[in-house]
Each structure stands twice: as structure tokens, then as C-alpha cells.
Ligand binder design. Structure first.
Ligand SMILES: NC(=O)c1ccc[n+]([C@@H]2O[C@H](COP(=O)([O-])OP(=O)(O)OC[C@H]3O[C@@H](n4cnc5c(N)ncnc54)[C@H](O)[C@@H]3O)[C@@H](O)[C@H]2O)c1
Length: 451
């Protein structure tokens, strides 16, 4: 059986009818390259919620409300948007270690063992397919469960056939792919990424500059599967993938889930700005002991994270806009691999700020968080919202989802926004639009009806 969304005709049928915008029918497959701590916590959490004992805290699509336009009333996202129900989600993916989600959840030690036991029969059934891997891009992992061919075209073909087989075996009507894989060595955009043709030539020539994450992204777009990048690896914003996503009519979004320290940074920095308080320095450090921390211990992978984490302040505390307040801002980010802490990351921020007549002050933030507990609800929200976007014929970079990312990827004609409040307003506005579409009325008509 062919997967329904893999053909253009079916995709057009699925997304053109008003009914598909209202109530999605059938199963939504969630395909995850990189089935580690975040992926297993996300999958286990969805099952716990389905079984009626898990609280989806942190999830906009399950608990959130949006302020209504005009009349001030708020509306619940889960009730008012035609999102896929959790009962219709099925999970699969790839990893370079052949471990079931039960084994991964136990090894990752994010959830309590007795909770994992309650989910054991479900988690045990989910095993990753062999991943497309190249150790030059993740130096600290020696993956064994990998696609054997050294040809990049073969690896892409294998991933594409995995996608189709998964959809067929699980009777999926639609799919979304979310990269939850390790952070790869920083590989900036280069000449091979300038067009679809140059990228395809590079694939044919087995160019060593192509990171595995780019093979998943390429395969996903070719299969018309919406793609989300949860790690800092660049890719979704490269011209070749932007062009391909538009040509294939596929939505893509990224990059790097905005969960702990950076989430708070994009709340605090706008607050200082609106109060016209100066900032001289912002020193952020972390200790982290999970596999992600081990991978980030390699300077190449850390560089990707550093670029992603360090970028957020420049846009908010702009030296061009406010030279008196932010001209010499020193922003330093550190991540230290410290095994005893596991997934329970601790982050410290020291902020050197100044006020009236230049008098210095300090603010210290100490966030004892849980990495995967913060990331899992974002995975769920992004899956459901990307599926909604695809059903509404959205294609290319979805900048309205910037709220979820440390390094929002936006089309070249737009500017990147890091301020969480502004990101939230843009997301809420877009959700209002989807709500109006699903009700089959224009926004202004809806305000009149609600009044
Ligand atoms: N947890 C958070 O708060 C958070 C926030 C932002 C971003 N992230 C990013 O999310 C990603 C996942 O985090 P995690 O804690 O689950 O890490 P993890 O190490 O537990 O899981 C990543 C998995 O990816 C696998 N992998 C690596 N390369 C692969 C490939 N080419 N194909 C298939 N699988 C591959 C690894 O074997 C591993 O199991 C990381 O890149 C991390 O930086 C996490």
C-alpha cells in the first residue's frame, strides 16, 4: 500500500478541502532521527497522557489558551484548532544504537523507573531503524546501527524507503519528521548549498561536507514530509532546502528547541530593554551529564550549540539601536559535561547590568531544570502545528514557529526575532488565522459573531 501523503495528488486532495482543515482523519506518523532522551521522554509522555495519568505541562497545544481578537476572551487551542488527537499519533525513527524506547528511557534516567514500568509494553515495541551516520560529524559517539553504504545517494534512498515503509506498515495518512539527533559538528552554509542542483551534484559526488542531518532533511522534503530541526545543526535555512521545500510544497522549521537557559534569556533581555537598563556582560554556564552533554564535550559539536545559544542577545539588546546601553556587551556561553547530573541540567547566569548614572548591578539566575522534560512538550507542539500547517498548504520556512527555537530560521526577506513576547504574539496571530480558517469565516466576521 502506498502512503497517502507521498503522492502529490493525494497531498493536494488532503490539503485543499475545508473538511481536512477542520478535522484531520487518520493516523499521523511521527518520525524521529535520533531516538535518545528527548525522543523517549516525548513518546513515553504522550502514552502516559493517553493512558490518562500524565499531565501535558509545558504543551501549548494541550493546555494553552490564546487571547481572542477584539473581545478579550481567550480560547483553548486544543478545543478550537483542528489538531490531530494524541490517540492518532504513531511513533518511529532512526538511531545509531539498536535500543528499544524502553531501554533508552531506562538508560536516560529522565522518568521515574516505576513510571517507565507502567509504559513498558508500549515502549518496548518501538525500535529505531538503522541511522545514516558519519562519525566525522559526531565525534564522541561510535554508532553501530547504521546504514552500511558509503554512498550518500544510497543513504538517501534508504531513508526514503524507510519513510514509505513506516507509513505503509502503520497505516499513516500523514507524517511529520523531527530531528532529535545529536548536535553535529558545526558545518556552515557553503557553495554546495546554494541551489538544489549544486546540492544534488554534491550528493552524487559523495561530498564529505554533507552532514547526515542534511540527508534526513533532504529525504523528508522529497517524500513531502514536514520537517522540524530540534538541534542547532544548520540546514533548514540553507538556500537549497528552502528552494526544495517550496518546490515540493513542504513546511520546514527550526532550529534548536528553546527550553531552559535561552528561554529565560529571551524573557529577561526584553525586560531590561523596555526599562532602558544597560547590560555589560552576560555569562552563562551549565553542567549536564547526559549523552547530549557527552556529544557537546567535543569542540566541533559545542561550536554549533555556542553559535545557537550566543545569537539570541544581539537581536534583542542591539548595540546599533542603543549604543549607550549595549555597545560593549560581553556574552559568554559554556557547557560542561558532568556525568553525575545526567539529564538534570543546572544552568547559572551572571548578568552585569547598569542603571541610572551608570551604577552597576548584578543578577544571578540558577535554573535547576530537566532537559528532556522541558523539550518533550515542544516536540509534541511542533508535530501537531506542523501537521496543521501542512494541511493548510503552508510551505517553506515557518517563521511563526520561532517561539519554539533558539535559532529561528526565517526566509531571507524576514528578520530573526528572539524576544519571546514578540514571538508569542506572532504565533498567537497565526493560530487565530488557522482558527478562523477552520471555522470557515474571516477574522473580522468572527469578531463580529463573537461580540
Ligand atoms: N533537551 C533539551 O532541552 C534540548 C534543547 C535544545 C536542543 N536539544 C537537542 O536535541 C537533541 C537531542 O537531545 P537528547 O538529550 O535526546 O540527546 P541524546 O544524546 O539522548 O539523543 C540523541 C540521539 O541521536 C542519535 N544520533 C546521533 N546521530 C544520529 C544520526 N545521524 N542518525 C540517527 N541517530 C543519531 C544518538 O545515538 C542519540 O541516541 C540534541 O541535539 C540536543 O542538543 C535538546
Amino acid at each position: 500500500m502506498m502512503m497517502k501523503t507521498s503522492t502529490k495528488e493525494d497531498r493536494e486532495n488532503a490539503s485543499s478541502g475545508a473538511s481536512s482543515r477542520r478535522s484531520p482523519s487518520g493516523r499521523l506518523g511521527v518520525l524521529i532521527p535520533g531516538m535518545g532522551a528527548v525522543a523517549s521522554t516525548f513518546i513515553a509522555g504522550v502514552e502516559a497522557i493517553r493512558q490518562g495519568w500524565g499531565l501535558p505541562a509545558g504543551s501549548l497545544t494541550q493546555l494553552g489558551k490564546v487571547e481572542g481578537k477584539g473581545n478579550g476572551d481567550s480560547w483553548r487551542v486544543s478545543k478550537s484548532l483542528p489538531l490531530t488527537g494524541l490517540e492518532d499519533l504513531v511513533f518511529g525513527g532512526w538511531d545509531i544504537f539498536d535500543e528499544s524506547m524502553l531501554e533508552t528511557a531506562r538508560r536516560s534516567r529522565v522518568l521515574d523507573p516505576y513510571e517507565i514500568d507502567r509504559l513498558a509494553p508500549f515502549l518496548d515495541q518501538i525500535r529505531p531503524m538503522a541511522g545514516a551516520f558519519d562519525r566525522n560529524f559526531v565525534k564522541n559517539l561510535a554508532g553501530k546501527h547504521i546504514i552500511e553504504s558509503s554512498s550518500l545517494s544510497d543513504r538517501v534512498e534508504q531513508l526514503r524507503s524507510d519513510i514509505r515503509r513506516f507509513a505503509e506498515q502503520n497505516q499513516c495518512d500523514r507524517l511529520v519528521m523531527v530531528w532529535c539527533g545529536s548536535t553535529e559538528v558545526h558545518t556552515p552554509e557553503s557553495a554546495i548549498h546554494q541551489s538544489i542542483e549544486t546540492f544534488e551534484q554534491a550528493i552524487a559526488a559523495n561530498d564529505p561536507a554533507i552532514a547526515p542531518s542534511q540527508l534526513y532533511l533532504y529525504a523528508s522534503i522529497l517524500e513531502r514530509v514536514p520537517y522540524v530541526n530540534g538541534a542547532p545543526n544548520p540546514g533548514v535555512e540553507f538556500p537549497c532546502f528552502q528552494q526544495l521545500a517550496l518546490r515540493m510544497q513542504v513546511p520546514v522549521a527550526g532550529s534548536d528547541f528553546k527550553t531552559g537557559q535561552t528561554f529565560l534569556k529571551t524573557v529577561l533581555a526584553p525586560a531590561f530593554k523596555t526599562r532602558q537598563l544597560g547590560v555589560r556582560g552576560w555569562y552563562s554556564t551549565n553542567i549536564l551529564g547526559n549523552r547530549d552533554g557527552e556529544v557537546l564535550d567535543d569542540p566541533g559539536s559545542f561550536r554549533s550549540k555556542e553559535v545557537s545559544k550566543a545569537g539570541v542577545l544581539n537581536g534583542i539588546l542591539s548595540a546599533t539601536e542603543y549604543p549607550e546601553l549595549y555597545a560593549d556587551l560581553s556574552h559568554v556561553v559554556r557547557i560542561n559535561y558532568y556525568p553525575p547530573r545526567g539529564d538534570n541540567k543546572e544552568g547559572w547566569d551572571n548578568i552585569d547590568l547598569f542603571g541610572w548614572l551608570n551604577y552597576p548591578m548584578q543578577l544571578k539566575v540558577n535554573f535547576l531544570c530537566r532537559d528532556s522534560i522541558l523539550a518533550a512538550p515542544l516536540v509534541l507542539d511542533l508535530v501537531l502545528l506542523m501537521d496543521l500547517a501542512a494541511r493548510n498548504r503552508r510551505a517553506g520556512l515557518q517563521s511563526w514557529l520561532s517561539y519554539f527555537f533558539k535559532s529561528p530560521a526565517v526566509p531571507s526577506v524576514e528578520t530573526v526575532e528572539h524576544d519571546l513576547g514578540i514571538q508569542w504574539r506572532s504565533l498567537a496571530e497565526e493560530l487565530e488565522g488557522f482558527r478562523a480558517l477552520s471555522h470557515g469565516v474571516s477574522l473580522s466576521a468572527e469578531v463580529a459573531l463573537d461580540a
